[in-house]
Design a protein around this ligand. Sequence first.
Ligand code: SF4
Length: 374
Amino acid sequence: MDHNHIRPWRNIARRKSRQIMVGSVPVGGDAPISVQTMTNTDSGDAKATIAQVLACAEAGADIVRVSVPDTDASRALREVCRESPVPIVADIHFHYKRAIESAEAGAACLRINPGNIGDASRVREVIKAARDHGCSIRIGVNAGSLERHLLEKYGEPCPDAMIESGLDHIRILQDNDFHEFKISVKASDVFLAAAAYMGLAEATDAPIHLGITEAGGLMSGTVKSAIGLGNLLWMGIGDTIRVSLSADPVEEVKIGYEILKALGLRHRGVNIISCPSCARQGFDVIKTVSLLEERLAHIKTPMSLSIIGCVVNGPGEALMTDVGFTGGGAGSGMVYLAGKQSHKLSNEQMVEHIVEQVEKRAAEIDASQEQAAE
Ligand code: SF4
């Protein structure tokens, strides 16, 4: 339930941006903030890439990016685009021909920097291919690959250099009367990325793709992304996000959703509220939560579940969740449904029973939403 009207401290005023389409997914304006990831298979191997795209889509990815470094990859891309349930972004560096081939292969968006692909005629060819095939473009400025003249002008990668690079690329697209673009200014340094994004948000109304690039492994990259993306999203900046981790892309999707969930910007699946546990716990909180995370991974309906070890915080948390369980004494605890105390439950039956309750509540939420839509 959305209580933001009575909890104004939770409100985030989103920056107003233009809306573009990445295939069937709107990006910018009042569209939900989309979650992206990128495959790390050999893009020339269509079968492996499709399998990974499907796994990412199943985890909730709205858009998936695939790198297209060579003609094997652009050939395989046709099959990937055909089999993918979500729009595919073709990631191109320098090779304008790969961009044209990707547009022809069915990519929904090209990630390419028009200033880096050569003379004006090549730029025109790529833009024509994008236009002819209904592709949008993402300009992707990266602190690690700034143009030489900007590095000479500014001395090192800095927010102003990144913003200037982005605006230069934007100008090229606008001069060609192409406006279906979004833009990112990524850096692995959280401060640099955040400052660049803040400046960019002032300088353009284009939709913004957020990311902390090369953020690191699962744990350190998650923390960096949560700080960088989290702060920007909290300021209202960002229309689509990608968490970059040296890990399975499915993990990137999950973390992306967790960041959006924590800020109340988007919900998917069960938001589990659980205590860290201590000597007061009436059951094994850590083991139970890990079992429930596994057993409830298939639920897509946005809902909340509180699993709290004892009555110190249990009843209070349960008030605000769809399903709640609070540990008690003598091997049993209390189940709460829609914030109200419902019935006692033994610890042994807990996992099975809570899974049933969550599935039931998810079905009810889905049915009421379908009814409202009708
Ligand atoms: S809710 Fe109870 S069991 Fe959980 S950490 Fe707090 S005091 Fe400990």
